[in-house]
Design a protein around this ligand. Structure first.
Ligand SMILES: [Fe+2]
Length: 364
């Protein structure tokens, strides 16, 4: 349907310009017009017979002593390209705007907990699998939810492929273990952030194993980060800004990059990152609004790390699964969120708080 909106006059003008300047390319340059547009108009003129000698509609006559067969244009008509670009932008803009704050409607009433799992590396030889398994069980505590900040598996690629020599779990087994863990934690899992190791597993179509699994489940996921707005039945909203990494390093403060993000504008309740396999925790208050932000760098379940050992990095793993306790009936707004570094303690605390809440609810 190329160029049917085009008038005969414009079509003829295009073909005359091509004749005048000797080629479509030269004419397009002289007329300051995209080559493809001029070519499309010339094609339309030919389709309509406007350049056929003897035709009733003939306005332009060939002067060359030959007529070559036309090679069909491979590119779509310019109108289609423009329409597609507009559609691309509208879709991209809609998606990215929605990702600035993803609403998560929590249906559990009363106090809740959110376990923040650091880098899992489920197939790594030095990964503390028994501890991870314990934490998966703790996630089943009533009122508990969970977020994973990425690097679920090693996914060694390229020059790192030789590292499979040092682990007994194959890549296929790693995927099976990952599926098992996601199945095990079930509907407690709100979100997975895809870390750099997860992104290495993307195939030629850029679909990662996590996306495959996500499409069958209820959790949400995205590359690099997600900003979640947890909406509780009580009406309160708690913003958790999750990234695999927040840029910025300080040898004196492992949570520096995360805290820097809060300083530079993300005045969220909680900001979390993994990636560097160290733990750090900064508490910040915005004096203008009074907003308190918890900035957490979460270590990894990879407790024995040959890369860290080779570089001589000091062990800075203090917690790999800090847990947020959120009580919508809190008295003091500065304490909207409590952070418990040990998830087992957090599970006991949450159970105690929920029992108290239930007793109060029953009494009213
Ligand atoms: Fe990692």
């Amino acid at each position: 349907m190329a160029g049917h909106a085009l008038s005969d006059e414009d079509a003829v003008a295009a073909i005359q310009a091509a004749q005048e300047y000797g080629s479509v390319v030269a004419a397009a340059a002289a007329k300051r017009m995209p080559r493809s547009t001029l070519q499309s108009r010339v094609n339309t003129a030919r389709e309509r017979g406007l350049d056929t000698p003897g035709s009733q509609k003939t306005i332009y006559m060939h002067t060359a002593p030959f007529v070559a067969d036309e090679i069909p244009e491979e590119l779509p008509p310019i109108e289609d390209l423009i329409s597609r670009r507009e559609d691309n932008w509208n879709r991209k803009n809609k998606t990215e705007t929605a990702k600035k704050l993803v609403g998560v409607k929590v249906t559990t009433e009363g106090p809740i907990g959110i376990m923040l799992f650091g880098d899992i590396h489920i197939d790594d030889q030095g990964m503390n699998f028994p501890l991870f398994k314990e934490h998966l069980e703790l996630a089943q505590t009533e009122g508990m939810l969970a977020i994973w900040v990425g690097d679920l598996q090693n996914s060694w690629i390229g020059r790192l492929g030789h590292l499979y020599a040092d682990q007994s779990t194959t890549a296929r087994e790693a995927l099976a273990l990952m599926e098992w863990a996601i199945e095990e934690i079930g509907d407690r899992l709100i979100a997975i952030i895809e870390g750099n190791h997860d992104l290495w597993a993307k195939g030629i179509n850029r679909k990662s194993p996590i996306e495959w699994i996500r499409d069958r489940g209820r959790f949400i996921s995205d590359e690099h980060g997600l900003r979640l707005g947890l909406r509780l039945p009580s009406g309160g909203e708690y913003i958790i800004n999750c990234r695999h990494d927040f840029a910025g390093r300080s040898q004196w403060n492992p949570a520096h990059g995360v805290a820097k993000a809060a300083h530079l504008g993300w005045k969220d309740d909680v900001l979390i990152a993994g990636h560097t396999h160290v733990s750090g925790y900064n508490l910040l208050k915005d004096p203008a609004s009074g907003k308190v932000s918890h900035a957490l760098r979460i270590a990894s379940y990879k407790h024995w790390d040959s890369f860290a050992a080779s570089k001589g990095f000091p062990d800075q793993n203090i917690f790999e699964c800090p847990t947020l306790i959120i009580d919508p009936e809190r008295k003091d707004d500065r304490h909207r969120v409590q952070v418990v570094l040990d998830p087992a303690e957090a599970a006991e605390y949450l159970t105690w708080k929920r029992e108290k809440w239930k007793a109060r609810e029953g009494a009213t």
